[in-house]
Write a protein that binds this ligand. Structure first.
Ligand SMILES: [Zn+2]
Ligand SMILES: [Zn+2]
Length: 351
């Protein structure tokens, strides 16, 4: 197996260009303090007229890329690698996807089955009602802010889930995972995750606070990209590398505030000696799946969306005798909250 280089980043961040509270340099500095390698902004298309590509580049060690979240009331679409802004008004979600693809961009359905916050927003949820769309690269299966706010039913819940936000975060919803798994049986659909960080203030009566600051949220649900090369210092090359990995699914998703996930690996070695990493798709040949986690945890191997085997420890391998779409979920034990969702791999597709 080739030694892979891993870089960690946070996607789906809002800045002052839409409804976020921070400027791009301020947020880049928070990302630097957290040790992230890259961050990507997805400000709302209906609140800004420009992609602000001039803000892209390295801020110290952190690569900053500017992208967009297209959509207003429904069908939020996270679009990447755009040359020009794509706006949502008057166009249905399929038209948005097609326009992103025409530019050579890629895109992901954002929070398709979101439930909203029962206490404050009266459960306004920015869902996808039309899921007959085609041509998208993948799905954001795990959105920190969506999953956090769904649990806040009262001020008491808000306080409790703020105090224990890392230990009580729910993993991707069952609905999202089964929708994704069903699609993957037919074709490759990349999974990614994001923070949806806003860093915004909250007002309730006389109370004023910033419940979820960037310096917390930017290390919540992250993506870890695997590559054969270091992240280039040249902006254009670095963009090719990051967007290439997002397009291929050469990444895993992890809740790094629960426990640092750097070092997780999942790969397939067929009996002829060739190996495949996450996101790879090849005709089936018998072989062995290998997985490794940086801390003692529970690894669950899934085939076509169903758990076929579980292990506790840091390393496991499994012989594969039939074709299928294989992926791994990892759970980490956190006293007294039990097994918490931690790492979700992209699949290895053995057709
Ligand atoms: Zn959204
Ligand atoms: Zn958003």
């Amino acid at each position: 197996m080739i030694e892979l280089i891993e870089y960690t980043g946070n996607l789906h961040i809002h800045s002052r260009y839409s409804d976020g509270a921070g400027t791009v340099p301020e947020i880049a500095s928070a990302a630097h303090n957290l040790g992230l390698d890259f961050i990507i902004f997805n400000d709302h298309d209906h609140m800004t007229h420009d992609l602000h590509l001039g803000e892209e580049g390295y801020y110290g060690d952190v690569l900053v890329l500017m992208d967009v979240e297209i959509g207003k009331r429904y069908h939020h679409y996270l679009a990447y690698d755009l040359k020009e802004m794509v706006k949502s008004p008057n166009s249905g979600p399929q038209e948005v996807i097609d326009r992103v693809n025409e530019q050579g961009g890629i895109g992901f359905l954002a929070h398709p089955f979101e439930k909203g916050m029962p206490f404050y927003d009266k459960s306004i949820a920015y869902t996808w009602n039309d899921l007959s769309v085609t041509g998208f690269t993948g799905i954001c299966i795990w959105n920190f802010s969506s999953r956090w706010k769904e649990r806040v039913r009262s001020p008491f819940h808000a306080l409790f889930f703020l105090l224990f936000k890392s230990r009580t975060l729910k993993g991707p919803s069952k609905k999202t995972l089964s929708f994704w798994d069903d699609l993957c049986r037919k074709k490759k659909v990349v999974a990614m995750g994001g923070s949806d960080a806003h860093g915004a203030g909250f007002k309730w009566g006389p109370l004023r606070l910033i419940p979820l600051k960037y310096d917390y949220t930017l290390n919540s649900v992250n993506v870890h990209i695997l590559s054969e090369k270091r992240l280039p210092k040249d902006l254009a090359e670095a963009k090719t590398e990051i967007y290439g990995a997002l397009k291929e699914g050469r990444l895993f998703i992890a809740h790094d505030n629960l426990a640092p996930a750097k070092g997780f690996r999942f790969h397939y070695v067929s009996d002829d000696g060739s190996s495949l990493i996450m996101g790879s798709e090849k005709p089936f040949q018998p072989g062995t799946l290998h997985m490794e986690t940086p801390l003692k945890s529970e690894m669950r191997l899934l085939k076509n969306g169903a758990v076929i085997k579980k292990w506790r420890g840091q390393k496991a391998s499994c012989r594969v005798k039939d074709k299928g779409v294989y992926r791994v979920e990892v759970y980490y034990y956190m006293f007294p909250f039990g097994w918490r969702a931690w790492i979700f791999s992209n699949p290895i597709y053995l057709r």
